[in-house]
Ligand binder design. Structure first.
Ligand code: FES
Ligand SMILES: [Fe+2]
Length: 390
């Protein structure tokens, strides 16, 4: 008989401890801290204008991204004019509470219909060039000199609609009809985010910065933590346990848990979202950096191969019990100021990166295993560009 030798009682606790240590040091593949092997990309991936154009079409024309907080469309007939990605899109709150989005381009001869965000009290507006009238769902309602047009061309005329949906306290857009609905698109990252109850959250802070760097290096900069002790030695280095970040690749998206010194350990077996900063990147350009009570969300918007705009929102949940609204606002203001200071540190490195990105000395860049999220991101970009051009 092959009986196991009984373990002396005093040793059991010690063995449990050793098992736990071993599990921490050698996680199972599914839980591996750094899940992908090292990889390499060509430096020209960040500087090639032709590749940039292909990325815009293959990726940004076929993805979902949040474009504004729902608070920007609080009342019926409020509208937002969104100008990014060489597009201008109007998103409007209709009288029945739903939203409509459409291209901000007159269907007569291409004038820009609405200059900037606002509220349309009468529910209709006229093109500034020859006066075609539209309603807030983008439908043409009146045409001056109507009889001088080919009647068939006016039938059902409208500014082309854009897919839009409200989710997690944001309005999201998608420029393509061949992409799944938002929730299936977000997949595991959407399920993770659902935990926070974001519909109860409200955007209270905003920030925008232009960076002289390619959009992908800006995404890269936010998807690894081992720059923390160097770029953010004072602002983050002391309380973020950057070495203990655990990365998760859930293609096309990725996320990581980032423990906090003196806090995460004390929270014991609590859900990972209650005791860590949980950092989610929804492909291609949206980051959610979540605390249980508030989060920062930011987007990376390509402008040209060497220029990128980053927009960020500070999103705040309801005041915890026993905390006054004033104290809550002051606390969130401090958090937001801290976020802006940290972002400025990243921006300084990224702008300097841009000054040498065309250097003859920039040939290939390496991603180590701690940069697995970057490897996964670049693989996804390359896969989509290749699929679109094949
Ligand atoms: S371009 Fe709008 S009415 Fe002519
Ligand atoms: Fe950073």
């Amino acid at each position: 008989m092959n009986e196991r030798t009984p373990v002396p009682e005093g040793l059991t606790e010690q063995m449990k401890h050793l098992e736990a240590e071993a599990a921490r040091a050698f996680p199972t593949p599914a839980e591996k801290q750094y899940p992908l092997p090292p990889s390499v990309v060509d430096a020209s991936d960040y500087t090639d204008p032709n590749l940039f154009d292909r990325e815009m079409k293959a990726i940004f024309h076929h993805s979902w991204f949040p474009v504004c907080p729902t608070v920007d469309l609080r009342n019926p007939r409020d509208y937002v004019v969104w100008d990014r990605l060489q597009q201008s899109i109007v998103i409007a709150r209709l009288d029945d509470g739903s939203i409509a989005a459409w291209h901000n381009v007159c269907q007569h001869r291409g004038a820009r219909l609405l200059k900037e965000s606002g509220s349309c009290k009468g529910g209709r507006f006229a093109c500034p060039w020859h006066g075609l009238q539209y309603d807030l769902s983008g439908i043409v309602k009146a045409v001056p000199l109507k009889e001088s047009f080919d009647a068939a061309r006016l039938e059902g005329l409208r500014a082309p609609a854009v897919r839009a949906t409200e989710w997690g306290s944001f309005i999201w857009l998608c420029l393509s009809d061949d992409v799944p609905e938002l929730e299936p698109y977000l997949g595991a990252v959407g399920e993770e985010l659902s935990f926070y109850g974001l519909d109860r959250f409200e955007t209270r802070f905003r920030y925008e910065i232009e960076l002289n760097a390619n959009w992908k290096v800006v995404v890269d900069a936010f998807n690894e933590t081992w720059h923390v002790p160097f770029t953010h030695s004072v602002t983050l280095g002391k309380f973020v346990l950057w070495r203990d970040a655990h990365l998760r690749i859930t293609p096309p998206h990725s996320w990581m848990t980032l423990p906090l010194k003196g806090f995460t350990d004390r929270m014991g077996d609590a859900d990972h979202r209650l005791k860590n900063i949980c950092h989610y990147t929804a492909f291609p350009n949206t980051v959610f950096s979540c605390f249980p009570t508030h989060l920062q969300t930011w987007n990376v918007w390509p402008v040209s191969v060497d220029k990128t705009i980053m927009t960020a929102w500070g999103v705040v949940g309801p005041a915890p019990e026993g905390v006054s609204e004033d104290d809550w606002q002051a606390q969130n203001q401090r958090d937001w100021d801290h976020f802006v200071a940290v972002s400025a540190e990243d921006a300084a490195v990224l702008n300097d990166w841009g000054t040498v990105s065309h250097s003859l000395g920039a040939k290939q860049y390496m991603f180590n295993t701690a940069e697995s999220r970057l490897t996964a991101f670049h693989q996804e970009v390359a896969r989509r560009v290749a699929a679109a051009t094949s």
